[in-house]
Design a protein around this ligand. Structure first.
Ligand code: ADP
Ligand code: ZN
Length: 199
């Protein structure tokens, strides 16, 4: 992807947990740094799974990031020569992040975001669906299903080894749940209403 006519754009890297979203984001950021462009990397403060000021992948790779609480804080951290903005765990931001991302791209920046397309219930994870429709480039990654070895497109939440119920909170902080990647046929949600689409 190359910069044309000073116009910015939006890239979305998405998929379930363990699909390599953070790895791919880190790879793109490293290449921007090799090109000696100024890149600012952000992550929401809610995501403190491994470390507060790094984007960290499940394979242990990491890169420095600025933790932010509210989407507007991004503006305070940009500099005159910032050309690229990268944001991990985009699903943990409110919908307000959408207009900021559009604005940065309108200003000529390359904005790369990574995040879950769906939550543990297999429902679209706001604000990612809208970002997917607004992005110039989308990469949808797959993990490996821990049950059957097929490509995994979904995130299974487990509580004491059992599939979590549908009416669980979407975002749990500091809870004892854990997650694994699963395919369409192995993914389970206890008490999920009939049919896969929530009208
Ligand atoms: P994401 O950001 O999508 O959660 P990461 O980039 O953090 O993904 O981690 C991807 C890495 O996780 C893989 O390269 C692999 O080393 C590891 N991994 C662990 N479990 C799985 C799995 N079930 N499927 C694929 N990769 C897995
Ligand atoms: Zn499976």
């Amino acid at each position: 992807m190359y910069k044309i006519n000073n116009s910015g754009w939006i890239e979305v890297i998405t998929g379930p947990m363990y699909s390599g979203k953070s790895e791919e984001l880190i790879r793109r950021i490293r290449r921007v740094k090799i090109a000696q462009k100024d890149v600012k990397v952000f992550k929401p403060i809610i995501d403190n799974r491994y470390s507060n000021d790094n984007v960290v992948s499940h394979s242990g790779d990491s890169i420095e990031a600025i933790p932010v609480d509210h989407p507007e804080e991004l503006y305070d951290r940009l500099e005159e020569d910032t050309e690229v903005v990268a944001i991990d765990e985009i699903q943990f931001f409110s919908k307000d992040i959408i207009k900021i991302i559009e604005d940065l791209a309108d200003q000529g920046m390359r904005v790369i975001v990574a995040g879950l397309d769906r939550d543990f219930r297999n429902e679209p994870f706001v604000p990612v669906p809208e970002l997917l429709s607004r992005a110039e480039y989308i990469e949808k990654l797959h993990a490996i299903c821990l049950q059957c070895g097929d490509p995994a497109t979904r995130t299974q939440r487990l509580i004491d080894g059992e599939p979590a119920p549908y009416d669980d909170e979407v975002i749990l902080v500091g809870a004892t749940e854990n997650y694994e990647a699963r395919c369409r046929s192995c993914h389970e949600v206890k008490g999920k209403p009939e049919g896969d689409i929530n009208e």
